[in-house]
Write a protein that binds this ligand. Structure first.
Ligand code: AVJ
Length: 325
């Protein structure tokens, strides 16, 4: 059977980007490599498994909040919008929105080409009434999305608290980019993970089955397989903890031994216990996030949470009363 056509735009970061950012990241002290490189096909599949873990409350909590918020959400947004999903995966959440909101168009935006193509093709097949676009871009470096009708009421959907991967200053920049994309009166529907007891947070990033550890080490698999490095993923420990001063979970890969790693003709020495910082996941109070969004020109129009205040879904509106920096 022939797959439904999806309009595809490709700016997928290639091996050259990975090589450059890995070499830059390993040359810095402290060493750090951006979290976006977790998500090749294997990494995206591992992340999907994380979302099913008993300790990882985020995905199912957000789904439940969305379900409960939908009638109100449909009222606030209205119909005929263009729904732009940032970081589209194999998400059940967006299906819920598509079915209830009935937008006239959908744009899936993701860094992982294989996942994006598979998920948008499935959406196009399942919702024949919907115009489906796919844009393979790294939206952490600007939001250039083609096929955008300037007159459409745009709603950006950024679920999963992916905003937590960005430092607050970068989060403001990204939201300001989203503001320019959706325009005055346009919306950003965003999932934001909340501050909570540290034990709950630490458990969510140190699951008993070791899936998060495998996800973290997937970065080393990519460095080995795509860059031809002589790096042994098993020689590094997964290390994740909540940093209360910064209000974030940090993930690191810590060398178990003294070793030299060779990447693209360069040598990087590791002492035992020396690490690579691989991810931040910022947590906010609803008030803190209102302030952040305000800096980007958005105001909180509605906020929904679960009964245990674990997670929030926030409808933000761009322009008007908000102060644009
Ligand atoms: C996709 C960035 C929201 O920070 O919780 C899950 C990624 N890392 N477990 C998060 C992640 C480790 C996730 N985000």
């Amino acid at each position: 059977m022939k797959a439904q056509a999806v309009n595809f735009f490709d700016a997928h970061p290639g091996t050259a980007d990975l090589r450059r950012e890995v070499i830059d990241g390993l040359s810095e002290h402290p060493r750090a490599i951006p979290a976006k490189f977790f998500y090749d096909e294997r990494g995206s599949a591992l992340f999907d498994r994380i979302c099913e873990l008993p300790e990882y409350y985020q995905t199912r909590t957000e789904m439940k909040i969305l379900q409960r918020a939908l009638p109100e959400l449909v009222d606030l947004i209205g119909d005929e919008c263009l729904l732009i999903e940032l970081g589209s995966g194999a998400s059940k959440k967006v299906r819920l929105l598509l079915e209830q909101l009935r937008p006239s168009g959908y744009v899936g935006v993701d860094i992982s080409k294989e996942f994006l193509l598979a998920s948008t093709e499935t959406l196009a097949r399942d919702y024949p009434w919907l115009e489906v676009h796919a844009a393979c871009v790294d939206f952490s470096s600007g939001l250039e999305i083609p096929h955008c009708d300037p007159s459409a009421h745009k709603v950006a959907f950024f679920p999963g608290s992916s905003i937590g991967n960005f430092d607050p200053a970068d989060a403001i920049h990204l939201m300001a980019d989203v503001g320019r994309l959706v325009g005055p009166g346009g919306h950003l529907l965003i999932g934001v993970d909340l501050k909570k007891p540290v034990g709950v947070l630490n458990a969510a990033y140190n699951d008993a089955a070791g899936v998060t550890a495998a996800f973290n080490r997937n970065l080393l698999h990519r460095i080995r397989d795509e860059l031809g490095a002589d790096i042994d993923p098993a020689a590094f420990d997964h290390y994740a903890f909540y940093n209360p001063d910064e209000g974030r979970i940090e993930m690191h890969l810590v060398s178990r031994i003294e070793q030299d790693v060779h990447v693209a003709g360069r040598s990087f020495g590791f002492a035992p216990g020396e690490g690579i910082h691989t991810e931040n996941s910022y947590k906010y109070t609803v008030e803190e996030f209102a302030e952040l969004a305000g800096e980007a020109g958005f105001r909180q129009q509605a906020v929904w949470r679960d009964d245990n205040d674990l997670f929030s879904v926030q409808l933000l509106q761009f322009g008007d009363a908000a102060v644009v920096p």
